[in-house]
Design a protein around this ligand. Structure first.
Ligand code: GAR
Length: 203
């Protein structure tokens, strides 16, 4: 089974969905460590309750992004990690780190990329007046929210939606999409090609 790390900054509902998927005997993935840049968050508690190792790498304790990323990289190496899932991880990783983990680094974003990149994607969707938004799991590249798309799910915007109600509906879709995308990558069905595009395994 593919050894997976999940990086979080908060509540960890996507982490929970990934844990539920990977505990199935049929899963191609196994979560070996959960890393948070914020101490004391609920996601860390969820991981330890499930018997998964946790680490805190507090960005506030590092003088530079390179030192912060270097510490995360060392934890990943320590655990023999092969695939990294960014599940509500709210730090931008350095180019050096992203290049090293090219093709192994997955992120979930609360919009149908390439629409509404960056922070507050749900609010951006409401302001734009779109009737459909959703979530995207993609490979991470240096440019933020830009890598090859692995999986997406569309979510309707309803007439009386607030940022909170829309975010909640998107989150439910994320809990299906992220585990599905992880299985595709961990199972070798999907990989990142040399040209930066998705390659599907042919049978
Ligand atoms: C998710 O909605 C995820 O898409 C978003 O943070 C939330 C984390 O929720 N990520 C981003 O906005 C990344 N820029 P969770 O902690 O409950 O999984």
């Amino acid at each position: 089974r593919t050894r997976v790390a999940v990086l979080i900054s908060g509540t960890g509902t996507n982490l929970q969905a990934l844990m539920e998927q990977t505990k199935k005997p049929s899963s191609s993935a196994e979560i070996v460590v959960v890393i948070s840049n914020r101490p004391g968050v609920l996601g860390l508690k969820k991981a330890s309750m499930a018997g998964i190792q946790t680490r805190v790498v507090d960005h506030k304790l590092y003088g530079s992004r390179a030192e912060f990323d270097g510490t995360i990289d060392r934890v990943l190496e320590e655990f023999g990690v092969e695939v990294v899932c960014l599940a509500g991880f709210m730090r931008i990783l350095t180019g050096h780190f992203v290049r090293k983990w090219n093709g192994k680094l997955l992120n979930i974003h609360p919009s149908l990329l390439p629409s509404f990149k960056g922070v507050n994607a749900q609010k951006q969707a409401l302001l734009a007046g779109v009737r459909l938004t959703g979530c995207t799991v993609h490979f991470v590249v240096e440019e933020v929210d830009a890598g090859a798309i692995i999986a997406q799910e569309a979510v309707p915007v309803l007439v009386n939606d607030t940022e909170e109600s829309l975010s909640e509906r998107i989150r439910e879709a994320e809990h299906r999409t992220f585990p599905a995308a992880l299985e595709l990558v961990a199972g070798g069905v999907v990989r990142l090609g040399e040209d930066g595009r998705i390659v599907w395994r042919h049978h």
